[in-house]
Each structure stands twice: as structure tokens, then as C-alpha cells.
Ligand binder design. Structure first.
Ligand code: DC
Length: 648
């Protein structure tokens, strides 16, 4: 049976300072340079994960000696001083693209026979560009299975460097590998890029790490790198936290209206993926760069078009964030991620679609058209891709019933991902500390009233139906024959009318419990509720109502956005239009199903497009699709979520 992790929505802002493990890219570059260097290097803050373990074991098999501290985050590496000899060695790179693509050009510079291999996943990833470049340099390589794929047998006998041409449009790792190996080649190496390289910041990172280990790289122009023959020197290096891994926590803050700070990342970071923070800023999040930290605070999320060619490892994170945005988000420049751990574009399309997000594939990316009302739980396939698992888990922070299949695949780069994410779960708030309002918003027929009433009973809290207030004004208008389109007259009425809502609803001293639900009142109430003056009068009354009783379960259309934006727990209930119509039809006697459906559509439109406090998903609210659920099940889940937010 597949292992599955069920995500539980947080129902509040995620806040904290997560411990993000070291950068994979910097760790694997530093490990290789340290292993090739003369002398002993010290690396601190290194990542300990499957991909770095692959590099570590590989360099040990080449003769480097490594001592790790208890947590495996500090390493002492005694290098081999460029003395690369092996006999019938087989190196298993597991699923690590960096390990395999950095090592291949290095191995050809040694002496002996070596086979470089990896998992089935790595075997299906491309190597042809690098193989072609190395053959052009006279290296003897043979693929034993499929052309352009692992396993590759190398008969190594040193390399005369000279000049080589290579394309970096599939992966910059091919270029980084050649650069890292270049000092070992006789006469060094000049690398000419034949086209625009993807993920350029990774080449800058390679240059930086080589510099750290005493090797200079010249860049006479945009497309040329020149490395002289030479030797790496040992160094003491502090690895930065992994910016791609940090993207998930920044995204968590962005979508839950939370606040997340990562220490150790800064504006001049050597990792291109820190640019993800700039994307969040453009979307509307508040960013604070410190000297050695960056903090992201979530807010409303707008749409936009973003080119992620330079930091594509965060494309999946952005796609998940996009599901909660106010408008369309296009991610472009990432066609090449089709040949990563899996076809990442296909994975974004299929998995987000399952969760109710509309996604269109383009030639070099995706366009996401968010409609938060349609978000729903799903069983998410991860395709053994750590980034699918981490990115898709973000949806589960706000949408119930998201489950992540084979969650263990995160071990490739971030074995503790889920426990670090859990630590950001909002802390429990003592019920006495605030006006503890559970805000339940949603369109008509979403089950809001039934659920809110039952939830209040379950939690032993007062229940506030704010819709009844607007309905009471509509009833007063009907009784006094005031035209609802006369906004001034209706506002005057709202001011004057006496409304009491308890077990029964009483309007001007006369019981109106049934009257407020009549077809006539229902028909007029949207117009009443769309009147800004009416809202200005009723909203403070609603706040006062809940405050006097110390909070409770409050339902309406704008509770989480307007009435109690600081509610400790916010939920937006939704359901398919058809399901909502069916539910309403069963409650009414005077309308056909078709009439109910049309009336719902009209009210959805009026409620969500009106100027003043339109019906919308409150930032950070849990989005709960109740289409296929019983009231009891919804209430029981909401009660559990609420209890998690408050003490006891
Ligand atoms: O939830 P209901 O159907 O009883 O709501 C009646 C009307 O009042 C509906 O048109 C939406 C509107 N309403 C609102 O605008 N704001 C609220 N907080 C509650 C209801």
C-alpha cells in the first residue's frame, strides 16, 4: 500500500522561524571541491539528505576522507589533492542530478575504469549534452543501456582541455560540471555556451564555490567561461540555508496571512532561488530583508506574470500559491522542467486540477486561473518528486482532505520537511484571551447556516446569524412597503428598525422567524445587503453582538473579511452550484429546482460583485468544499480544527 500523509488545515496564520537545512547546491559543489582539494576543509551547515549523501559517498569512493559531527551538518573533508585513480569502480548517484552531472566530467580527468549509474529516475533524465561535450574533448564514454542516459562507462586517461561548446538550455548542471572539472584538465578549459542557459544563478554559484576553494573562473563575455589548469585548495565554508526549501515556508506565510522568517538568507545570497521572495512581494506579500535574514508576511495575493527561468525550482511553489491568488498567474520560462525528477509541468497541471484549480499548459510554462470557491481535497500523486510533495502540501494548509502520496520522497533534499512545516502551525489561543470568533462565510446553500448552528452546539458557544439581520431589514421594508431600491429610505429603515435575534427573530416586536425566510424576503435581501449604508449600520451591531457574549460561531458573507478579520478561526464553506441548488430546493416549497438554481446564480453574482464587502474568501481562511459531505462530518472536522486553535 502506498504511504500517504493527510494534511490538516491550519485555520490561522503560520508564524515562526523554521530551521531550513543547508543548500543542496552549495553543499554538493563544496563537497566535490573539498574532495578534490589538497588538505582538509571544514564545511558547516551542510545539508544531510539523499542527494548530498550520494555526493558524499561518491567522493569517499574516490578516496576523500570525511568525518561528520553527530547531526551530519558539519563535515571535515580530507581531499585527494587531484589524484584521481580508480579501478572498476561503480558510483551510484542515486537520484541526484548534481552528483552525476558534476562527477562525470571530473572522472574523465582521472585514470582507470569507472561506471556512473543511478536510480531508475536518474537513468531516465538526459545526459546527452554533457556526453557530447566530453566526447568532443576526446573522452572515452559509453552508455551501456540507452543513448544519452546512465549508466555510463568511462575509460579515463586524462583530458586535454582546450575549448568546448555546450548548450545549457536543458540543464545548467552540464555546464557547472565542466566548470568544476576544468582545473583538472591539461591546459584548463574554455567553455562556450551555444545558447541562453537556464538557471544562470547556479553557474554564478559554481564560480563562487570554485573561488572559495582557490580556483579562479574568468568570464570574458556572457557566454564564455575560462578556467586555467590548477588545484583546489582546502577551505572553511559556511553553507547557506537552502533557498528552494525556504520557498515552501515563505509560501505558507503568504497563503495563511502568516509571518515567516528565515535566518541565514539575505539580499546578497549566492542562491538564485531567493528571487522567489521578490515574486511574493509583487503578489502582495510584505517582505523585510535583514542583514542576515528575510521575513515574509502574507496578505491578499494578486496575480501577474513571472519568468522563472533563473529559479525554476520554485515554480511548483508558486503554482500552489497561485491557487489562492485573486487573479490569474502565469509562470513562464520553465519549459525545461519537463525533464527534472518528473515532468514537472505535467505534474503541476494534473495535481492542481485534481484539487479544483484551473491550469492551462503553455509551451514554456503554465497559466493558473484561480477560483478559490472551487478548491477541494484530493489524493495527490508525487511522482517520486520531492518538490511535488512539498509544493502540493501547501494546499493542504487551507483545503481539507489533501493527502500526499509517498510523502517520503522529500528525503531527496529535505527529510524533515513535514515536521518543520508542522512547527509553524498557529499556536493555540486561550479562549479567554480574545473575542473568540469562528467566522463561517460562504455562498447560499453551502451549508453555512446548518453547519454554523450545529458547530455552535458542538462547541457550546453562541451562534450568530448575521444574514438574519439583513433579512430582518428586508422584512421591515416589506411590511412598511418601502422600496428596497431606494437606498436612502432603506438605510433610514435599518437605523430605525428594532431587531432581536435569539431562538426566534423578532422585528419591531413582531415574530418574524418564518417571515425572514419567505421567498419574497429572500428575493429582496441581496439588494438590502448590497446597500453600503445598511452595512455601515449593521456591521458594528454585529461586532457588538458577538463582543458582548465573548465570541462564538458567527456566519455570514463578510465575517472573516470585514466583521472580524482577526477571527481566530476562519472558514469559507463552498459546494458545487448543482449541489447547493438541490439543498435549497429541498428547503423550499414555492420554487422549481430550475428557479432555485437561477436564483442562486443571481445571488452569488450580486453578493460577490457588489462594491461594498463582496463575498470572498477571507485571506488565510480554510476553504471547505461540502459537496459530498454530511453535515455531521463537516461539523466534526470543523470542531476539531477549532479546538486545535484554542486551549484545551
Ligand atoms: O445567509 P443568508 O442567505 O441568510 O443571507 C441573507 C442575505 O444577506 C444574502 O443576500 C447575503 C447577505 N449577507 C451579507 O451580505 N453579509 C452577511 N454578513 C450576511 C448575509
Amino acid at each position: 500500500m502506498t504511504d500517504v500523509r493527510v494534511m490538516h488545515p491550519v485555520g490561522g496564520p503560520m508564524i515562526g522561524v523554521p530551521e531550513v537545512p543547508g543548500s543542496k547546491s552549495q553543499t554538493n559543489r563544496a563537497l566535490l571541491c573539498a574532495a578534490l582539494a589538497e588538505g582538509t576543509s571544514r564545511l558547516s551547515g551542510v545539508l544531510s539528505a539523499d542527494d548530498t549523501q550520494a555526493m558524499l559517498e561518491a567522493v569517499v569512493s574516490l578516496g576523500a576522507e570525511i568525518e561528520a559531527d553527530r547531526e551530519d551538518t558539519s563535515l571535515e573533508v580530507k581531499g585527494i589533492g587531484g589524484d584521481l585513480r580508480f579501478e572498476d569502480l561503480v558510483i551510484d548517484c542515486r537520484s541526484s542530478g548534481t552528483t552525476s552531472r558534476f562527477l562525470l566530467p571530473v572522472l574523465v580527468a582521472g585514470k582507470g575504469n569507472v561506471t556512473i549509474d543511478g536510480s531508475d529516475q536518474l537513468r531516465s533524465r538526459p545526459f546527452d549534452e554533457q556526453i557530447k561535450a566530453l566526447r568532443a574533448l576526446g573522452c572515452s564514454l559509453s552508455e551501456t543501456r540507452g543513448l544519452g542516459e546512465l549508466p555510463i562507462e568511462v575509460v579515463a586517461d586524462g583530458v586535454n582541455g582546450a575549448k568546448v561548446e555546450i548548450s545549457g538550455s536543458t540543464s545548467s548542471q552540464f555546464v557547472s560540471g565542466l566548470m568544476l572539472a576544468a582545473p583538472l584538465y591539461v591546459g584548463g578549459l574554455t567553455i562556450e555556451l551555444t545558447d541562453a542557459t537556464v538557471s544562470r544563478p547556479y553557474l554564478d554559484l559554481t564560480v563562487k564555490v570554485m573561488n572559495d576553494f582557490g580556483v579562479a573562473v574568468q568570464q570574458p563575455n556572457e557566454s564564455t567561461y575560462v578556467v586555467q589548469q590548477g588545484r583546489y585548495r582546502s577551505a572553511d565554508i559556511k553553507i547557506e540555508p537552502d533557498a528552494s526549501a525556504a520557498s515552501y515556508f515563505f509560501a505558507a506565510a503568504a497563503i495563511t496571512q502568516g509571518k515567516v522568517k528565515v535566518d541565514g538568507l539575505h539580499r546578497e545570497s549566492c542562491q538564485g532561488d531567493t528571487q522567489f521572495v521578490d515574486v511574493l512581494e509583487k503578489l502582495g506579500a510584505k517582505i523585510t530583508w535583514g542583514k542576515n535574514s528575510v521575513e515574509v508576511q502574507g496578505d491578499h495575493l494578486n496575480g501577474g506574470t513571472f519568468d522563472l527561468r533563473d529559479f525554476s525550482d520554485t515554480a511548483q511553489t508558486l503554482a500552489s500559491v497561485a491557487a489562492f491568488a485573486e487573479s490569474e498567474i502565469e509562470i513562464k520560462g520553465i519549459g525545461f522542467i519537463r525533464s527534472k525528477e518528473t515532468d514537472r509541468i505535467a505534474a503541476i497541471v494534473s495535481e492542481l486540477t485534481k484539487c479544483g484549480v484551473e491550469v492551462a499548459e503553455t509551451s514554456d510554462g503554465v497559466i493558473i486561473k484561480p477560483d478559490k470557491w472551487k478548491l477541494k481535497g484530493a489524493s495527490v500523486e508525487t511522482y517520486d518528486d520531492h518538490r511535488v510533495a512539498m509544493a502540493m502540501s501547501l494546499l493542504g494548509l487551507r483545503v481539507p482532505h489533501i493527502e500526499i502520496r509517498n510523502p517520503g520522497c522529500v528525503a531527496k533534499t529535505f527529510p524533515d520537511f513535514f515536521s518543520v512545516l508542522e512547527k509553524l502551525r498557529p499556536r493555540a489561543i486561550p479562549l479567554t484571551e480574545a473575542v473568540a470568533v469562528a467566522a463561517i462565510d460562504g455562498p447560499a446553500g453551502s451549508g453555512k447556516s446548518t453547519v454554523a448552528q450545529a458547530l455552535a452546539v458542538e462547541l457550546n458557544l453562541p451562534h450568530f446569524d448575521t444574514g438574519a439581520m439583513y433579512r430582518a431589514v428586508a422584512v421591515a421594508a416589506l411590511r412598511r412597503q418601502v422600496d428596497v431600491t431606494d437606498s436612502a429610505a432603506i438605510a433610514e429603515l435599518a437605523e430605525a428598525v428594532d431587531i432581536k435575534i435569539n431562538e426566534r427573530t423578532v422585528v419591531d416586536g413582531i415574530d418574524a422567524t418564518d417571515e425572514i425566510r419567505s421567498a419574497e424576503a429572500s428575493h429582496l435581501v441581496s439588494v438590502v445587503a448590497a446597500n453600503p449604508d445598511v452595512r455601515r449600520i449593521l456591521v458594528p451591531r454585529q461586532r457588538q453582538w458577538a463582543t458582548e457574549l465573548g465570541g462564538g460561531v458567527m456566519e455570514g458573507r463578510d465575517i472573516g473579511t470585514e466583521v472580524f478579520p482577526d477571527a481566530i478561526f476562519k472558514v469559507f464553506l463552498t459546494a458545487d452550484l448543482q449541489v447547493r441548488a438541490q439543498r435549497r430546493f429541498q428547503e423550499t416549497t414555492d420554487q422549481t429546482l430550475d428557479e432555485v438554481l437561477q436564483d442562486l446564480q443571481r445571488r452569488d453574482h450580486v453578493d460577490s460583485t457588489r462594491e461594498d464587502s463582496p463575498l470572498e474568501v477571507a485571506p488565510g481562511a480554510v476553504i471547505f468544499d461540502t459537496s459530498n459531505m454530511s453535515v455531521e462530518a463537516v461539523v466534526s472536522e470543523l470542531a476539531d480544527m477549532f479546538r486545535l486553535r484554542v486551549e484545551g
